[in-house]
Design a binder for this molecule. Structure first.
Ligand SMILES: [Zn+2]
Length: 135
């Protein structure tokens, strides 16, 4: 039998958890939780994670709408005139129903302020405080 690396198993479990675990909020922090599903409980236990497991609210981990910690269901499809937003299924549904765009998170507004309106790409000025050589 081919030897399986522990790191690969951990990565696979984390990917499964991100896709299938419930996203929620506890004490104002985004969390992933099992919802009492035994397969997820086993995966959390194998990784040594608490249930709920606190995650960092960074680009790509949670919905861009202020106060929402749900997982991302779609990116760039709605409220396009104001930016390229990552939205949970609830907020994507709101957009599909033509409801007004809610307040977005500061991190998302900051990111979108760097988007080039013509190319759609993000561009940041060179980091002048960095000691790394600029290419
Ligand atoms: Zn949301």
């Amino acid at each position: 039998m081919r030897e399986v690396k522990e790191e690969d198993l951990r990565d696979a479990l984390e990917d499964l958890i991100w896709q299938f675990a419930y996203h929620g909020e506890k004490n104002g922090q985004p969390v992933l939780h099992t919802g009492g599903l035994s397969a997820l409980e086993g995966a959390f236990r194998a990784l040594g994670w608490d249930d709920p497991h606190v995650i960092e609210d960074v680009d790509g981990s949670c919905c861009d709408v202020a106060g929402c910690f749900e997982g991302i269901a779609c990116g760039g499809s709605y409220w396009r005139e104001t930016g390229y937003w990552s939205l949970c299924s609830k907020h994507a549904e709101m957009a599909r129903e033509d409801k007004p765009q809610p307040q977005m998170k500061e991190r998302a507004l900051e990111r979108e302020s760097h988007r080039n309106k013509e190319t759609g790409f993000l561009s940041y000025p060179p980091d002048l405080t960095s000691t790394e050589p600029q290419i």
